[in-house]
Write a protein that binds this ligand. Structure first.
Ligand code: ZN
Length: 180
């Protein structure tokens, strides 16, 4: 075990930033360095995501305004299911699906959200290598949801104003009573 490996072995579980924090609603900065620090951040993001019982996590959700997201829709079942998206862009989207969607930064709320059903993302991996990947259904939804995060957008922007206002009102109440 080299010193670098040892450093990587120390995991950090980040607390998830909740709706209301401005970091969630501003566009994140591109990733430019693909070194040990990024590798550690990615591993910590996977651990933080699993700890929070999520299948996707974007860096702004741990307070880091960088264009980086991790996804594992298999939730540890598939060793090849771990996906790292650095500087992702949606390059193709088609079809339509409507499923209940939630967000780790908006806990306890879920709403049906209409999204494209088949989506191709172009992104860099943890080493900086560009790749393209196409996903359907839940994976397509994850690509869109996490890429939205990096553009400062939440799923709330895809639901009706009426439902959005209702959720915001409930959250304001939770904030007031110190439960958010
Ligand atoms: Zn989210």
């Amino acid at each position: 075990m080299k010193a670098d490996d040892r450093r990587l072995a120390i995991r950090m579980i980040y607390p998830i930033v909740k709706y209301g924090n401005p970091v969630l609603e501003k566009p994140a900065e591109p990733i430019t360095e693909f070194g040990h620090q990024l590798k550690k951040l990615v591993e910590d993001m996977f651990e933080s995501m699993y700890e929070a019982k999520g299948v996707g996590l974007a860096a702004p959700q741990i307070g880091i305004s960088k264009r980086l997201a991790v996804i594992d829709i298999s939730f540890k079942e598939d060793p090849n299911g771990k996906l790292v998206l650095a500087n992702p862009e949606i390059i193709h989207a088609e079809g339509k699906q409507t499923q209940s969607e939630g967000c780790l930064s908006i806990p306890e709320f879920r709403e049906p959200v209409a999204r494209p059903n088949r989506v191709t993302v172009r992104a860099q991996d943890v080493h900086g290598k560009w790749f393209e990947k196409t996903g359907e259904e839940l994976l397509a939804r994850a690509f869109l949801h996490e890429t939205d995060h990096l553009n400062g957008k939440l799923y709330l922007s895809h639901i009706s104003a009426l439902k959005r206002d209702l959720i915001k009102r409930k959250i304001r109440k939770l904030v007031k009573s110190g439960q958010w």
